[in-house]
Design a protein around this ligand. Structure first.
Ligand SMILES: O=C(O)c1ccc(O)c(O)c1
Length: 293
């Protein structure tokens, strides 16, 4: 049986990718951001999974207003880093895991979540920036990400977007799916995006550190209740792009959760927590949770 052993949560600001690619990580502005990931890179080396299930949002790269899947699972053998206007990031291609991805699609759809199945797509900063933060800068041609990745894209760009509750329940369905895969794979699930930021309109530049930190507290301690927060609260408190945080509830829903009842679950251990403002227009939040068996 496959098992989800840990989850990672991180912002995926595009300027972080540019800072890495242009060799600016030691500049004082960026040094503070990257210092929060030193522990994580070492943890990743010591706890490399067999597969990462990476929840992110596409930023009008693979999808557009012409086609807006709410939830899309990548079942391809590989994915090319996308050109988002400045050429593709110089990072390795992403190797998929078609067998586990197809199994999860089958299981999750049979649990009544309608997934779009994607056999070909390019992946943008939403997916590659978290990989760079956790794995360090790897050469495009000679480097390789440490394990296969299943991309899972969520529409948090064009309304209507899925609720926190639906995302949390979807996470639970993904956990069931992984645990019913008949090979002993060690799987990590990542939730990306956020934290507070607004890129447009009169409130552009909005940051709400107090709300973000309360979100982190609740994600750790009471995710079931956090799942009830309505959209309008995310948008009002964390800005129009703060709604990306519902994706963190997918990862948390797939983890051990004492509120799940009589499953023998124990609360996960917080291995790392980091929060920093600003990175570009965004508050960077980062958590690593490990399951206890
Ligand atoms: O902070 C920013 O500038 C910024 C821009 C684009 C994004 O998709 C994002 O998440 C953050």
């Amino acid at each position: 049986m496959a098992k989800i052993t840990a989850s990672v949560y991180t912002s995926h600001v595009p300027a972080i990718g540019a800072a890495l690619d242009l060799g600016k990580t030691q500049e004082p502005y960026w040094q503070k951001v990257f210092s929060g990931y030193e522990f994580s890179k070492q943890w990743m080396k010591e706890n490399t999974p067999d597969v990462i299930f990476l929840v992110y949002n596409d930023h009008a790269t693979a999808f557009s207003l012409e086609m807006i899947p709410t939830f899309a699972i990548g079942t391809a053998a590989e994915y090319t880093p996308a050109d988002e206007g400045w050429g593709p990031r110089p990072v390795p291609k992403v190797i998929g895991h078609p067998e586990l991805a197809s199994h999860i699609a089958q299981s999750v759809i049979q649990q009544d979540f309608d997934l779009t199945i994607v056999n070909k797509m390019d992946v943008d900063h939403g997916l590659t920036v978290p990989l760079s933060l956790m794995c360090g800068q790897l050469d495009k041609d000679t480097g390789a990400w440490p394990c296969p990745v299943i991309p899972f894209a969520v529409n948090v760009v064009q309304y209507p977007v899925p609720s926190g509750r639906r995302c949390f329940n979807l996470g639970r369905a993904i956990r069931n799916a992984v645990e019913s895969f008949d090979r002993p794979l060690n799987v990590h699930i990542w939730g990306t995006g956020g934290m507070s930021h607004q890129l447009q309109g009169p409130r552009a530049g909005l940051i709400n550190a107090e709300w973000d930190n309360r979100f982190l507290d609740r994600l750790i301690a009471e995710p079931e209740k956090l799942a009830d927060v309505p959209h309008i609260d995310y948008v009002r408190e964390a800005g129009s792009e703060g709604i990306e945080l519902v994706m963190w509830l997918i990862a948390r829903g797939a983890m051990s959760d004492v509120s799940r009842g009589a499953t023998g679950d124990k609360a996960p251990t917080v291995k790392h927590r980091f929060y920093h403002v600003p990175a570009s227009n965004t508050a960077v939040g980062h958590l690593i949770l490990e399951n206890n068996t």
